[in-house]
Write a protein that binds this ligand. Structure first.
Ligand code: 5RP
Length: 223
């Protein structure tokens, strides 16, 4: 219950940054869904914005709430992007992708002028790796990638859902990688980005401008 309040308070604070006429990136996950619901209320009250959704789930929710949506390719700029995270540090480095939307989320973060992350207090960490790192991979190569990672000392699990291999919005697979013993996270990102078949990683190392974290009844900002 407290976690829900923390998520809601962070979402409420984040939407104060949204102004009339803006193009807004809509993140994915439970915290982002709360933000989208609040935004839906503002739109119903007359706020004029366009959203760009980072997942089919967020797109469906925003459409249901009457939030006008644009395809990314039809935008000139995204003024502000508001998304959640699975883990963050005070250095504004993140692990994302617990909900499987990391690829589009990373693309939106890249093309946005201002990136705000909203979380509850359980997401704050001294160093990344407490949460398994999601990798979006091409199904054609998933077993090869699992083996190569294992040879590098990195254990990974192919994500499953209801007894079937989980599929992203792009019909790719997700490997959840244990990076808890890996010290140099930037070096790891470079290694993973160089491996054919890995489409994207859930490491967001240099894209975040502001983290708003709910804690109890308060919010804290990291920038
Ligand atoms: C989805 C994500 C989410 O932002 C992340 O999983 C956080 O989700 P939640 O707000 O439900 O804790 O990266 O791919």
């Amino acid at each position: 219950m407290e976690t829900e309040t923390e998520k809601l308070n962070a979402a409420k604070k984040a939407i104060t940054h949204i102004e009339n006429g803006m193009v807004v990136g809509l993140g994915s996950g439970s915290t982002s869904s709360l933000m989208i619901m609040l935004l839906g209320e503002l739109v119903a009250d007359g706020l004029q914005i366009n959203g760009v959704a980072s997942s089919l789930k967020s797109e469906q929710l925003a459409s249901k709430l009457g939030i006008p949506l644009l395809p990314l390719n039809q935008t000139t700029t995204i003024d502000i992007n508001i998304d959640g995270a699975d883990e963050f540090t005070e250095e504004l480095q993140l692990i994302k992708g617990g909900g499987g939307a990391l690829l589009r989320e990373k693309i939106l973060a890249h093309y946005s002028d201002l990136n705000i992350i909203i979380t509850d207090s359980s997401k704050k960490s001294e160093r990344l790796g407490g949460y398994p790192l999601p990798l979006e991979v091409i199904p054609f190569a998933e077993q090869k990638i699992i083996k190569e990672l294992k040879d590098m000392g990195l254990a990974s699990n192919l994500r499953m859902e209801e007894g079937k291999v989980y599929r992203t919005d792009q019909e790719n697979s997700i490997l959840d990688l244990d990076v808890s013993n890996w010290d140099d996270i930037e070096a790891l990102e470079n290694l993973l980005q160089a491996m054919p078949g890995i489409v994207e990683t859930g490491l967001f190392l240099n894209s975040t401008d502001l983290v708003i974290m709910g804690m109890g009844n308060q919010t804290f900002e990291f920038k």
